[in-house]
Write a protein that binds this ligand. Structure first.
Ligand SMILES: Cc1cc2nc3c(=O)[nH]c(=O)nc-3n(C[C@H](O)[C@H](O)[C@H](O)COP(=O)(O)O)c2cc1C
Length: 284
C-alpha cells in the first residue's frame, strides 16, 4: 500500500486544487492511502536569510516547516496542486521553497520521491508562471517531477466538469509511478522545463534549472540545446549537494570578511527613517 501525500496549495475548501488532487488519487492505478495537507493553513514564516540552517543542520525559525517536511519525507509519492493567483502560483509555494536551504539536511529522505503537479487557472491562457512555480517547488523539495500540467477551471468544482481535465488527472495518475512524462519539444533537455528567458547574446536560459544554451530551428522543428554550467543546483543530486557545499564555502567566506562587511554596513546604518508595521491584527 503506497502512502500518497496530496499537497493542496489553495485555501479554498473543496476548491479545484483539492478536487484535482483527489481526482488524481481516484485514478491512481496502485493501491494507496491518500493523506492531505493544505499548505496555506500552516504557519510558515519567511526565510530571514540568517543561514544558521547551514551550521545547525535545521532552520531556527519556530513554525510548522518541520511538520510539513516530515509529512513529505514519510510519503512514497506526492500530488501537488496550486491555483494561479495573479499570473503565478499561490504565494505559499514560494514561501515554502524559500526555506529550501534547510532541506539539504534531509536529502537522504527527500531525494527522488515521485511527484506530479497540477496548476489550476481560472482563465484559459492566463496561468502565467504557475507551471514553472509548481515545477520549481518539486525540484526544490528534491522530488522527481514525473509530470506537471496546467488545467483550467474557475468556480469551485468546475475543474472536473471538463472531461479533458479528468483525462489529464488520469495521465498524472499513471505517470506518478510510471515513466516520467517527457514534454514535447522544445523543452530543456536537462530538467524538462518549458520556460526560457531570451538573453542579449542570442542565447536562452532555462528558468527552471538556470542553465543556458540555444533555441535551434532544425529539421524536427524548434529544440532547446542547453548545457549544464559549473554551478547547476537542481539537475541531479550531485549538483544539489555541490550547491550545498558551495553555500558552506560562502559561510566560511563571510566569517573571513565579516569585519570589512560590518564597516561597509555601518556607513549606511542610520540613513533614513523606517515605517514600522502596526501591532498584530485579528481577522474578523
Ligand atoms: C486572488 C486571485 C487571483 C487570481 N488570479 C488568476 C490569474 O491571474 N489567472 C487565472 O487564470 N486565474 C486566476 N484566478 C482564478 C483561480 O486560479 C481559479 O479560480 C482556481 O480554480 C482556484 O483554485 P481553487 O479553487 O483550488 O482555489 C485568481 C483567483 C484569485 C482568488
Amino acid at each position: 500500500m503506497k502512502q500518497i501525500l496530496g499537497i493542496v496549495a489553495s485555501q479554498r475548501q473543496l476548491g479545484n486544487c483539492e478536487i484535482m488532487v483527489k481526482e488524481v488519487s481516484r485514478q491512481l492505478p496502485v493501491p494507496h492511502h491518500l493523506q492531505l495537507l493544505r499548505l496555506p493553513d500552516f504557519n510558515l514564516r519567511y526565510c530571514n536569510g540568517c543561514y544558521r540552517c547551514l551550521s545547525k543542520g535545521a532552520c531556527v525559525l519556530a513554525d510548522d516547516l518541520l511538520t510539513i517536511l516530515a509529512a513529505i519525507a514519510a510519503a512514497d509519492a506526492l500530488i501537488l496542486a496550486a491555483p494561479t493567483y495573479f499570473l503565478g502560483g499561490h504565494a505559499c509555494l514560494k514561501a515554502f521553497v524559500d526555506r529550501g536551504i534547510s532541506f539539504y539536511a534531509m536529502a537522504d529522505r527527500l531525494w527522488g520521491k515521485p511527484a506530479v503537479g497540477v496548476g489550476v487557472a481560472g482563465i484559459e491562457s492566463k496561468e502565467g508562471s504557475t507551471l514553472l512555480d509548481i515545477e520549481r517547488f518539486l525540484l526544490t523539495i528534491q522530488a522527481s517531477n514525473q509530470m506537471s500540467r496546467i488545467v483550467y477551471g474557475a468556480l469551485p468544482g468546475e475543474v472536473v466538469m471538463s472531461e479533458g481535465n479528468k483525462r489529464i488527472a488520469g495521465e498524472l495518475a499513471r505517470a506518478l509511478f510510471g515513466e516520467a512524462m517527457l514534454r514535447p519539444q522544445p523543452c530543456c533537455p536537462l530538467c524538462g522545463g518549458d520556460t526560457v528567458r531570451f538573453l542579449e547574446n542570442g542565447q536562452v536560459r532555462c528558468m527552471l534549472c538556470s542553465n543556458t544554451g540555444e533555441l535551434v530551428d532544425g529539421p524536427d522543428g524548434l529544440t532547446l540545446k542547453i548545457s549544464k554550467d559549473d554551478h547547476a543546483f537542481v539537475t541531479d543530486q550531485n549538483a544539489a549537494l555541490q550547491h550545498r557545499d558551495w553555500l558552506q564555502g560562502m559561510l566560511a567566506r563571510y566569517r573571513e570578511q565579516k569585519h570589512a562587511l560590518k564597516e561597509i554596513q555601518a556607513v549606511y546604518k542610520d540613513e533614513s527613517p523606517w515605517i514600522k508595521p502596526s501591532g498584530p491584527l485579528v481577522n474578523s
